[in-house]
Write a new protein. Structure first.
Length: 74
C-alpha cells in the first residue's frame, strides 16, 4: 500500500482572491510573478503551485519539470 501524502490545495478560481489577500494580485496581473525553478512568468493558465520556504512565498509554473522539483512532505 502506498503511503498517503498531505496536499493543501486552492481551487483555480480562488487564486486571485488568495493572492489579493496577500497583497500579490497586482504582481500576478502585471506579469511580475516568476516561477521559482525556471524563471518563466506565471500567467493564469500556467499557475502550478505555491511554495512557502524560509518565511518566503515562491510560485511554481505548471510545467511538469518544475512541479517535479517541489519538496515532498513526509
Amino acid at each position: 500500500m502506498t503511503p498517503k501524502k498531505e496536499l493543501e490545495a486552492v481551487h483555480r478560481q480562488d487564486i486571485k482572491t488568495l493572492l489579493g489577500s496577500w497583497g500579490l494580485l497586482a504582481d500576478f496581473e502585471t506579469g511580475k510573478m516568476k516561477c521559482r525553478f525556471c524563471g518563466d512568468i506565471i500567467l493564469e493558465h500556467s499557475f502550478g503551485a505555491i511554495l512557502p520556504e524560509n518565511r518566503q512565498i515562491f510560485f511554481i509554473c505548471s510545467k511538469l519539470d518544475c512541479l517535479a522539483k517541489l519538496p515532498v512532505k513526509k
